[in-house]
Design a protein around this ligand. Structure first.
Ligand SMILES: Cc1cc2nc3c(=O)[nH]c(=O)nc-3n(C[C@H](O)[C@H](O)[C@H](O)COP(=O)(O)OP(=O)(O)OC[C@H]3O[C@@H](n4cnc5c(N)ncnc54)[C@H](O)[C@@H]3O)c2cc1C
Length: 508
């Protein structure tokens, strides 16, 4: 039964969906945003919040000269050449050209940014960081949506698109368990995030070996992609993923940042404080962030650290990506621990040997993990005590080390094909983890044009259907930090603008 009608329906209340909804509402549309979870946010809500763009107000204030062509060139240097070869160059260049305007638009809602920070191979600093974190986008846009009388319905999971003739006319949605249909006069915007935690889509497009690897956001299950495909949309680059990577499991406590103001006068004040804060303070804040989400550096393993599963044994060549991540996902509870001996502990206690980094912003060493993440870092002079604290079988760990050390001493081939085995002899021992293998995000999405309209296999517009954020990546390769959120916000802003005057296909 059809029981609601509106101008625009947005599927998903993460960053791109809220941006699309606010933008459409600003252009006079009545808007309903449907969100499957109890609250809005999605991956945007747990993100660090970096936003990378060229020719921004912040760059000008810092005396940085930049241009979007240079940014487009640098954006192509982050992924390896085989992935980069598949990039949708015209669309990425168009997006980068629009990103600074979107940043201005976001600031009009009271959002505050620090930076720009450098991130090579970007030739100049381009990374802007929202204060206090990714959830600020969600709070500010939600507030703006309310001001424009937009409607947000949570616990509303969209299951199907309604189609009449060749046009998408609405959605079928389960609202708190009740099936409903909602019609959209102008169109439906898919903004349902990525499929990092959809094991079936990952297996189908990337290979069954990757099936058991989880997404950092467990709710990133790819419904938007499936809705687009069911309506005849063309999906591209579905095998391209950001990760898998080793990451420490998330802390159980909600970050203290969640309580900080996100927009309006208080956020502007916080932004002003953050801009003027002494370097040690911003570094301290950044460290807290990076011990939460960043991955342990591969150099740890090149230097001799090993991975131990819950049975206390090694199970893979720790230096080989992605075999390491694939094997890790097969271990019990899909998790393992990183063991460092006293020598490695000392080495990873000062520059240039860090456990994790947000490049050029902050670096975290063993002591930072012991202080800020005691749930994933312990140190003890005795191996037995380390094993006891993490419930690892001591005898098995001792046997593992005996085999490793004997192999290293004889210069014999290292088990699991590792090129170099290094002896791990004495404490103080540091055990980091649990670590798991995670996909951070996925890079496949619906093919779209510059109006964010979804295209079918022949490149024809599917009338009434739009895709933004991770749903509308259209083959763009957005590696490096800060481009996913910049795209989520920019595609949302543009979709909201275009949906009110859709005139037909314009291919990038
Ligand atoms: C830990 C972490 C940190 C990151 N940090 C950064 C960063 O600093 N900078 C950056 O650029 N990128 C970052 N990223 C990536 C970036 O955050 C995301 O790519 C981006 O925010 C995605 O925005 P989105 O709107 O497409 O999806 P989301 O923000 O995930 O929103 C999708 C929404 O749709 C909802 N939904 C899904 N299916 C349905 C359905 N069927 N019906 C109704 N609702 C549905 C979801 O619940 C969700 O709320 C990070 C990613 C991770 C995992």
């Amino acid at each position: 039964m059809t029981d609601l009608e509106t101008d625009v329906i947005v599927v998903g209340a993460g960053g791109s969906g809220l941006a699309a909804a606010v933008s459409a509402a600003e252009h006079g549309a009545s808007v309903i945003v449907l969100e499957k979870r109890e609250q809005p946010g999605g991956t945007t809500g747990i993100a660090v919040g970096s936003y990378t763009a060229a020719k921004t107000r912040q760059q000008r204030a810092a005396g940085i000269e930049d241009d979007v062509n240079a940014h487009a060139e640098d954006a192509g240097k982050f992924a390896d050449s085989t992935i980069e070869a598949r990039n949708n160059e015209p669309l990425r260049a168009y997006f980068l050209d629009q990103a600074a305007d979107t940043l201005e638009w976001l600031q009009s809602f009271g959002l505050s940014f620090v930076g720009p920070h450098p991130e090579p191979p970007n030739r100049v600093p381009r990374m802007h960081n929202v204060v206090p974190g990714g959830h600020a986008y969600v709070a500010a846009l939600q507030h703006a949506l309310r001001q424009h009388q937009g409607k947000l319905i949570c616990q509303a999971s969209v299951t199907h698109l309604l189609q009449e003739a060749d046009r998408v006319t609405g959605v079928a949605v389960n609202i708190a368990g009740e099936p409903r249909e909602i019609r959209a006069r102008y169109g439906v915007i898919l903004a349902a995030g990525d499929y990092a935690n959809n094991h079936q889509l990952i297996a189908e497009h990337k290979g069954t070996a990757y099936r058991d690897i989880e997404g950092i956001n467990p709710h990133a299950t790819g419904e938007g992609h499936q809705l687009a495909a069911a309506a005849g949309g063309q999906l591209v680059n579905m095998d391209v993923t950001y990760g898998p990577e080793l990451r420490f499991i998330a802390p159980d406590k909600t970050s203290k940042r969640q309580g900080l103001p996100t927009h309006g006068r208080s956020a502007r004040l916080l932004g002003a404080i953050a801009k003027r804060a002494p370097k040690w303070l911003t570094r301290r804040m950044a460290k807290r962030l990076l011990v939460t989400w960043q991955h342990p550096e591969n150099a740890l393993f090149d230097d001799g650290a090993i991975l131990l599963n819950e049975q206390g044994t090694r199970f893979v060549d720790e230096t080989r990506w992605p075999d390491r991540e694939i094997a890790l996902a097969q271990q019990s509870n899909k998790q393992a621990y990183i063991l460092l001996d006293g020598e490695l502990h000392q080495r990873y206690s000062a520059w240039p040997h860090f456990i994790s980094t947000a490049p050029d912003i902050a670096y975290a060493y063993v002591a930072d993990y012991l202080r800020l993440r005691p749930d994933v870092a312990i140190r003890n002079p005795g191996l037995r005590e380390v094993c006891r604290q993490r419930n690892l079988p001591t005898t098995a760990v001792e046997n593992t080390l005996r085999t490793l050390n004997a192999t290293a001493k004889r210069n014999a081939p290292c088990p699991y094909g590792r090129a170099v085995c290094r002896e791990l002899q004495s404490g103080p021992w540091v055990l980091l983890g649990p670590v798991k293998a995670y996909f951070t995000t996925t890079e496949g999405g619906a093919r779209i044009n510059r109006q964010m309209q979804v295209l079918d296999a022949d490149g024809q517009v599917i009338s009434g259907l739009y895709a933004v954020g991770q749903n509308g990546l259209s083959g763009m390769v957005l590696f490096g930090h800060g481009l996913h959120i910049a795209w989520a916000m920019t595609s949302g802003r543009l979709a909201g603008t275009h949906i009110m005057h859709a005139t037909g296909p314009q291919h990038p």
